[in-house]
Ligand binder design. Structure first.
Ligand code: ZN
Length: 391
């Protein structure tokens, strides 16, 4: 095996999603991103690092003479009988060229709904939506919170021969057989909004919008839903209720929101504790304070990471989502039409005993799925306790 094969197959076997090859003081450093965190894999002497970068450039068809321009290439490589889809970004830095490689393995991303890590009632809510296809579904959360994985699992569930599904994505991460995927291309004025308009001309049953991040895309997506199309989209918002604020900020009228919106999913990704080595820990004062101040019951048990051979001493293995799902009903629509703010809507849901993302987090702490450290860093304190408005 040559050097590329060794590193790429090692990365794929280590469950890495990205490989970073960085120039450092006395050579090159190779790091893998595993479960969302970078880990040092090995150091190379300068000559070995340069030789590796040249091999990767050759494999990606990047001409040797263009070292001063950033490059982005997508290639397929067959390594040890395994087909890898790679997105390679080469950037010249002061200290030398740097390469970042994203390993796109459809087997890692396309999950069925039961594999997402939903509590039974949340899973039922999503499965009900895939049967009724009632109203637009918005999957919300910050970058890298697993939104695309959730959307793809919904697509996977609803894509069938009798349905015409069109997606508008940037980038198209995974090609799905039987679905028409449109790549956003801003250089040719094909943005998300234009993509949705194009998709609608193709007579679709269902349109998936990779991301609503401006008024125009929000307007076109809501419009498609109002016209009776099944619309699925992601949106950046801090929690499920603030999705309404976000749509209002994009100048979508309350009556359009209530006509279009069916379900909002809000989610984050956390690392899962390695079940070979995790150990029971104390429920600390800071944990108690955290849950009490957010009006969520304190978990009775907690588990801590340890580290063993199985998890490469990290204490964690794999990731899962934590969720809150809001299936809007008539009383929610009344509040939106009455222009009530998100705080009022949240309080109403609280009074209905609706579960919020921290309830799911508390359950996943108590059963040892994840650790309090993983939850703490997400900054999930609920806005009704602080009175803070959504950004
Ligand atoms: Zn372990």
């Amino acid at each position: 095996m040559n050097q590329i094969d060794v590193i790429f197959s090692d990365a794929a076997n280590s469950r890495a999603t990205d490989i970073h090859i960085d120039p450092v003081m006395d050579g090159y450093q190779i790091r893998y991103r595993i479960d969302g965190k970078l880990r040092l894999n090995r150091n190379l002497k300068k000559s070995a690092g340069i030789s590796l970068i040249n091999q990767i450039k050759a494999a990606a068809g990047i001409e040797p003479g263009t070292a001063f321009l950033p490059k982005d290439e997508r290639i397929k490589l067959s390594i040890s009988g395994r087909s890898l889809d790679l997105r390679i970004t080469l950037v010249p830095c002061i200290s030398g060229p740097k390469i970042a490689i994203r390993l796109l393995d459809p087997n890692n991303v396309i999950r069925e709904i039961p594999q997402l890590g939903l509590q039974p009632e949340d899973r039922t809510a999503l499965e009900e939506w895939t049967r009724s296809l009632n109203g637009m579904i918005l999957v919300t959360g910050p970058t890298s919170s697993g939104k695309t994985t959730t959307l793809y699992s919904l697509l996977y569930e609803i894509a069938e021969e009798s349905r015409h599904v069109v997606t508008v994505e940037d980038p198209v991460e995974y090609e799905i057989d039987g679905i028409n995927q449109i790549q956003v291309d801003n250089r040719h004025n094909l943005d998300f909004a234009e993509g949705v308009k194009t998709a609608l001309r193709l007579d679709p049953d269902c349109v998936m919008v990779g991301e609503i991040r401006a008024h125009d895309a929000a307007f076109e997506a809501v419009n498609a839903a109002v016209q009776g199309h099944v619309v699925m989209a992601t949106l950046h918002s801090r929690d499920m209720v603030s999705a309404v604020t976000r749509l209002r900020n994009y100048d979508i009228e309350n009556h359009q929101i209530t006509t279009a919106l069916g379900v909002v999913v809000n989610q984050r990704l956390v690392r899962k504790l390695c079940d070979h080595c995790r150990k029971k820990g104390e429920v600390t004062e800071s944990t108690k304070t955290f849950f009490e101040s957010n009006r969520v019951s304190i978990p009775e048990t907690l588990f801590l990471p340890v580290g063993c051979e199985h998890c490469a001493n990290s204490g964690y293995f794999g990731r899962t989502g934590i969720f809150e799902i809001w299936n809007l009903d008539v009383s929610d629509y009344e509040l939106i039409l009455a222009n009530q703010d998100e705080k009022a809507i949240r309080n109403k849901l609280k009074n209905d005993n609706h579960t919020f993302i921290l309830h799911d987090a508390a359950k996943k702490l108590a059963d040892g799925t994840t650790s309090f450290d993983e939850i703490k860093v997400l900054g999930l304190d609920l806005p009704w306790t602080t009175g803070r408005a959504s950004p």
